[in-house]
Design a protein around this ligand. Structure first.
Ligand SMILES: NC(=O)c1ccc[n+]([C@@H]2O[C@H](COP(=O)([O-])OP(=O)(O)OC[C@H]3O[C@@H](n4cnc5c(N)ncnc54)[C@H](O)[C@@H]3O)[C@@H](O)[C@H]2O)c1
Length: 247
């Protein structure tokens, strides 16, 4: 039976890699993003802001009409623009981070729940920054920390429906945003090495490496895994010496 998947934030980065991997493996994918995601074989697209009711309703309608059933929901879209620490972050930035990164996954599950059969799975893309904090990044840290525990709450509350819910905690991944940040640094080569040195494997990850873990957690191969938070971080969080070290 064809696997039907909804991926948010699929226009670029990790979300795009997730949509591509599912499409390659024969799934039917509904990609949702603020911008229209690229066309892929077997892929449906919808422009939607997951932080708004209008956007979530649009995703739910497209899922109902074009997929009919949702086997895997990947909550991947995130707002990473709220700069500043506890004393600096703007209220608007804080709120947007919570709306996109924490509240949207909750409300999107509610919007899609009637389309999710027994055996369906939710995969939330959190971050190592949901496990530890980074100085000067209060809103993102807090939203991802919330998403980690929301994953556990979803695991418990949706298990009676036969659904599994897990989260990933990626380290630094070579997405457009991270590569742009490295290129914009005063010393890009040193900055890249600094990023790499945060990880025990001394490199940053590839979007595809996160996508493969999403695919596994969404699959029947992971049928007894729920409520888990899986680091995809090249060993970053294995060591208290590296975890949380400022880049
Ligand atoms: N790249 C990394 O190093 C890294 C590390 C840890 C965790 N993550 C997490 O992985 C996920 C993907 O990260 P990325 O680096 O690929 O991000 P990205 O910024 O490259 O892409 C995010 C996509 O989400 C979309 N998006 C943002 N807000 C949205 C909204 N309100 N509604 C719909 N779409 C929206 C954007 O348009 C964009 O296409 C995020 O949850 C991020 O927090 C990334």
């Amino acid at each position: 039976m064809t696997v039907n998947v909804v991926v948010t934030g699929a226009a670029r980065g990790i979300g795009r890699a997730v949509a591509e991997l599912y499409a390659e493996r024969g799934a039917r994918v509904l990609s949702a993003d603020l911008k229209l995601p690229p066309t892929l074989k077997g892929q449906e697209r919808v422009r939607a802001d997951v932080a708004t009711k209008v956007g979530r309703t649009r995703i739910a309608r497209a899922a109902r009409e074009r997929l009919g059933r949702v086997d895997v929901l990947v909550n991947n879209a995130a707002y990473q623009g709220a700069q500043g620490g506890v004393l600096e972050v703007s209220e608007a930035g804080w709120q947007r981070a919570l709306d996109v990164n924490l509240t949207a996954p909750l409300l999107l599950v509610r919007a899609l729940i009637e389309l999710m059969p027994v055996g369906a799975a939710v995969v939330n893309v959190a971050s190592v920054q949901g496990l530890f904090a980074e100085q000067g990044n209060a809103a993102y840290n807090s939203s991802k920390g919330g998403l980690v525990n929301l994953t556990r709450a979803m695991c418990l509350d949706l298990a009676p429906r036969g659904l599994r819910v897990n989260a990933l905690a990626p380290g630094a991944i070579a997405t457009e945003g991270v590569l742009e940040a490295i290129a914009a640094a005063p010393d890009p080569e040193q900055t890249r090495r600094d990023y790499e040195d945060l990880h025990a494997l001394r490199r940053i990850g590839e979007p595809r490496e996160v996508a493969q873990a999403v695919y596994f957690l969404g699959s029947k191969e992971a049928s007894f895994i729920t409520g888990a938070i899986l680091p995809i971080d090249g060993g970053m969080t294995a060591s208290f010496m590296m975890a949380g070290r400022p880049v």
